[in-house]
Ligand binder design. Structure first.
Ligand SMILES: C[S@@+](CC[C@H](N)C(=O)[O-])C[C@H]1O[C@@H](n2cnc3c(N)ncnc32)[C@H](O)[C@@H]1O
Length: 294
């Protein structure tokens, strides 16, 4: 089984940054990628974001679970939640056009295909190392993958259903992302976005450096943003038929593995026995699903 290599993106928003290697070295994991760059698209060598003021989202493939296909047969609770909602909200037999934005190695599309084999599935991501894993799966042959920054995805033929999973908390400003997803979704279509959408009216932005591994040490990153349900609703409601927030119930416990990067998730139970997700930030990170009817 050989991985087809993904074409390089020309997106003005995408930028590669070399860490201990160059793209020419062809080593998966020798590059990391930043979002929301401040310079035009080109490969640049530069120092890691050395301080909180330079913090950015980084894919860090060398630390990522998306370089392997191991989790394909074990869909996350989040994926199960979306599929449950899809069974409720879609018509059996209809061949929906589906776009999974920021699909990484295609884990969710793999699960989606097993549930809805007649749908036309599309996956988009800007990390070549992750898309290579997706493209190497014979069972995902029918899925159309594209290496592209989400802001550059072609809007000419909108999709019936669009999902953005596991990424929204890396965007401090949600509006450009929401605007792009609305543009990609057909009228009356569905959009699923998970995040830490705060029911309380407090916006939270955070930057962090996970120093527990040599690869992560000193690299200041952006994540764990809590957008408020109020602000997201205020933006979306005039533009859509419906906007719904629903907590994703965490049904499995994840023991802490001290050998893993401290930023990896684990769970504990609160006084009521509810499973709470956390990580080395000490934040409570249970997902909330935003479902939009365009
Ligand atoms: C935490 S992973 C989530 C992957 C998958 N959706 C899931 O839920 O398991 C975040 C993914 O978002 C991708 N990503 C982040 N920003 C992106 C952007 N602007 N355009 C395309 N992909 C992006 C990363 O490359 C990475 O694969």
């Amino acid at each position: 089984m050989t991985a087809r290599s993904a074409p390089r993106t020309t997106s003005p928003r995408a930028r590669f940054v070399a860490v201990g290697g160059t793209e020419a070295s062809g080593r998966a994991g020798s590059l990391w990628r930043v979002s929301e760059p401040t310079t035009p698209a080109h490969d640049v060598e530069r120092e890691s974001p050395a301080g909180p003021a330079e913090a950015r989202y980084l894919t860090l493939p060398e630390l990522s679970p998306y370089l392997s296909a191991e989790r394909y047969e074990h869909p996350k609770e989040l994926f199960r939640h979306v599929v449950r909602r899809l069974h409720e909200l879609t018509e059996p037999g209809r061949a929906y056009r589906y776009a999974d934005i920021a699909c990484a190695n295609g884990e969710f599309l793999y699960y989606l295909q097993s549930e809805f084999p007649h749908w036309q599935l599309h996956g988009f991501d800007y990390e070549p190392a992750f898309l290579d894993v997706a493209r190497a799966q014979p069972s995902l042959e029918a899925v159309r993958f594209e290496l592209v920054d989400l802001f550059e995805i072609d809007e000419t033929h909108p999709y019936d259903i669009v999902s953005l999973l596991g990424v929204m908390s890396t965007f401090q400003d949600p509006e450009p992302v929401l605007a792009k997803l609305l543009a990609l979704c057909a009228s009356s279509g569905l959009i699923f976005i998970d995040g830490y959408f705060n029911e309380y009216d407090v916006e939270v932005r955070s930057v962090y450096s996970d120093n527990s591994t040599p690869e992560g040490r000193g690299k200041w990153r952006v994540d764990w943003t809590q957008h408020t349900q109020a602000k997201i609703g205020e933006y979306l409601e005039p533009l859509c038929q419906s906007v719904e927030f629903e907590e994703v119930v965490m049904g499995v416990e994840l023991p802490r593995d001290p050998a893993k990067p401290h930023i990896d998730a684990w769970t504990f139970r609160d006084a009521d026995g509810k499973i709470i997700i956390t990580n080395g930030t000490r934040f409570m990170l249970n997902d909330v699903m935003l479902t939009v009817r365009r």
